[in-house]
Design a binder for this molecule. Structure first.
Ligand SMILES: Nc1ncnc2c1ncn2[C@@H]1O[C@H](COP(=O)(O)OP(=O)(O)OP(=O)(O)O)[C@@H](O)[C@H]1O
Length: 574
């Protein structure tokens, strides 16, 4: 069974928030210095490396060779998205994936992270340190383009709660807090630590800070491989620069040589200089792969030099963007006169036959043969009971601060109670009063049912996650844990597997795998119980409400609170 933590449970329409000043660029510079000081000799936390001495951990070399991705749909048949891509990402380095919109940047990132959609097929070889292996929980992290944060929490709360949930029970609460605080500092967020995240209807931290909070949460487990999808989207050039600088600092961390792969739209020249390697795509093909600093030279050698004082990344993207080729015909494309199709053709052929391409093939061959089998791939997370307690506490804080969800409902219920009491006052004991009482009960039931519809969107989000799990042939049963009073999802659920082997396999292979928009956090839902959580009586036999169209017959069911059918269960958080 699976325990899903739902970040999206009740995002508030209106909230009060603390008025902490926004972090400025100057603050960020100060932060960098503070961070360096903070990074000085320190005792390692448990989980960062079990020993006291700091030793450099083995990094992750990711290589991919001749990767093809095709997507198919009923209307258009199959379409090739990526074609014969070869490349590598090394520890301590930042690889940027660039290209015009729709060229396949996100698809490449998803392919490498193993989170392609079900309507896609992939071919080719993707190796982690020379081995074909799944990325397990804690080894890698994926920061999506959209921030999924609870808007009512402060930065400190958001990161602390995530640390309590993600880090193993072998770490004490204090150690988890220390890790969270260190990570907040690492991302330069200490000045905004007590500011609420904020969202629609209430201003909280800035977009760049939100992005850094998302990164913070993802790197709590100290992943060695970090995927970032458009980490600078929606940010101004200064904020983009400081976010990227933090990311580079993460890659070159003292004792974890992280491998960072980021898809990026439009880097400024300063941001461009931060990239170690660049993968430039056009319509799913490699136009250039190699050191970012040599990309302009490659273009110049093919007759497309970067004009003086122009941002090199702007030049690269402008040269291979064919979306606006009709502008050439009407003379709106400035000095550009050759059709872009032709330009791309020249560059693709030139790269294919270049020494650079040969170097990349050789490097991939060398990295693929490297034996680093001692890579630690398994990491634990918090126990089931601990997760339940943390989630309940966090959910309570979220509801308490959410004007729409909690306080407005309270006011509505009080107003309704007064109205009904006035209308149905002094019914008496006559035969007619029985009908009146019946109407009153029917009205209240109808009203409460109507009010619970507000929780439906978050319920759907959790169902999506459970569906992902339910399509596995080994899954026998799944349920979302809901509030018995409101029918609203509590943000987690359970999945039951056919046997313990299947459960153990799922716990190894599915931890951290993306379902819908978030990574799953799976752990054993023990101990076996005959009563509900917190001493509640055992749940009644569940009523199936959500049939899953699968080849076995797993059924996602909605049940009243937490109980564990048997020990072949896992809890799942996201
Ligand atoms: N699962 C899919 N099914 C069908 N088509 C897909 C699928 N995934 C991606 N595509 C198509 O592949 C192309 C590349 O998409 P992708 O999202 O990788 O581009 P991108 O370079 O990240 O774009 P942007 O920069 O605008 O985000 C697009 O035309 C997209 O419609």
């Amino acid at each position: 069974m699976a325990c899903l933590h739902d970040e999206s449970v009740s995002s508030a329409p209106t909230r009060a928030y603390e008025t902490k000043p926004q972090q400025s660029v100057i603050d960020l510079e100060a932060t960098t210095l503070e961070m360096e000081a903070f990074r000085g000799p320190r005792k390692m936390n448990r989980g960062e490396g079990e020993g006291v001495a700091q030793k450099e951990e083995i990094g992750i070399c990711l290589t991919w060779k001749d990767v093809w991705v095709t997507a198919s749909n009923k209307k258009n048949g199959s379409k090739s998205i990526l074609q014969r891509l070869t490349g590598y990402a090394k520890p301590g380095q930042l690889l940027a994936i660039m290209g015009p919109s729709g060229c396949g940047k996100s698809t490449l990132l998803d392919t490498l992270a193993g989170r392609l959609g079900s309507n896609t097929r992939q071919a080719g070889e993707i190796l982690i340190n020379g081995h074909k292996q799944a990325l397990s929980y804690g080894t890698s992290a994926y920061v999506t383009q959209d921030d999924t944060l609870l808007t009512t929490l402060t930065v400190r709360e958001a990161v602390h709660y995530s640390a309590q949930l993600q880090l193993p029970d072998t770490m004490s609460k204090e150690e988890k807090k220390e890790r969270a605080d260190f990570t907040i500092r690492e991302m330069g967020l200490q000045d905004a630590i007590n500011t609420r995240i904020g969202g629609w209807g209430c201003k909280g931290i800035s977009g760049g800070q939100k992005k850094r909070v998302s990164i913070c949460i993802e790197i709590l487990t100290r992943p060695k491989l970090l995927f970032l999808d458009e980490p600078t989207s929606g940010l101004d050039s200064a904020a983009s620069y400081y976010v990227m600088k933090r990311i580079v600092a993460l890659a070159q961390n003292d004792h974890i040589q992280r491998t960072v792969i980021a898809s990026i739209h439009q880097p400024s020249s300063e941001v461009f200089q931060l990239f170690n390697n660049l993968c430039l795509l056009s319509s799913g093909k490699t136009v250039y792969f190699g050191p970012a600093s040599a990309a302009s030279e490659f273009f110049a050698s093919n007759g497309f030099p970067c004009p003086p004082l122009m941002n090199p990344s702007d030049h690269l993207l402008k040269t291979i963007n064919k979306d606006f080729d009709q502008d050439i015909e009407v003379g709106l494309a400035g000095t550009k006169s050759m059709p872009t199709e032709e330009v791309i053709h020249i560059l693709l052929n030139s790269y294919k036959s270049s020494e650079r391409n040969q170097e990349v093939q050789n490097e991939v061959a060398v990295l693929s043969k490297k034996d680093t089998s001692s890579l630690d791939m398994k990491r634990g997370n918090a126990g089931f009971l601990n997760q339940c307690l943390v989630l309940t506490k966090r959910s309570f804080i979220n509801m308490y601060r959410d004007l729409g969800y909690y306080w407005l409902r309270l006011v509505i219920y009080i107003a309704l109670a007064i109205t009904l009491a006035t209308v149905f006052y002094d019914l008496g004991t006559s035969y007619d009063s029985i009908k009146d009482r019946g109407s009153l009960v029917a009205f209240i039931n109808g009203f409460i049912t109507f009010m619970t519809i507000g929780g439906f969107p978050s319920f759907v989000e959790v169902m999506k996650n459970l569906y992902c799990l339910s399509i596995s042939p080994s899954v026998r049963d799944a349920k979302v844990v809901t509030d018995p009073n409101t029918a609203r999802s509590k943000g987690y659920g359970f999945v039951k597997f056919s046997d313990e082997n299947e459960r153990n396999r799922a716990m190894t292979e599915m931890n951290g795998v993306y379902c819908s928009t978030r990574p799953m956090r799976i752990s054993a839902a023990t101990p076996k119980k005959t009563t509900g959580a917190y001493g509640a009586p055992a749940a009644p036999v569940p009523k199936p409400v959500y049939p899953v169209p699968a080849y076995t017959s797993p059924v996602v069911q909605v049940q009243p609170p937490d109980y564990d059918v048997n020990n072949t269960t896992v809890s799942l958080l996201y």
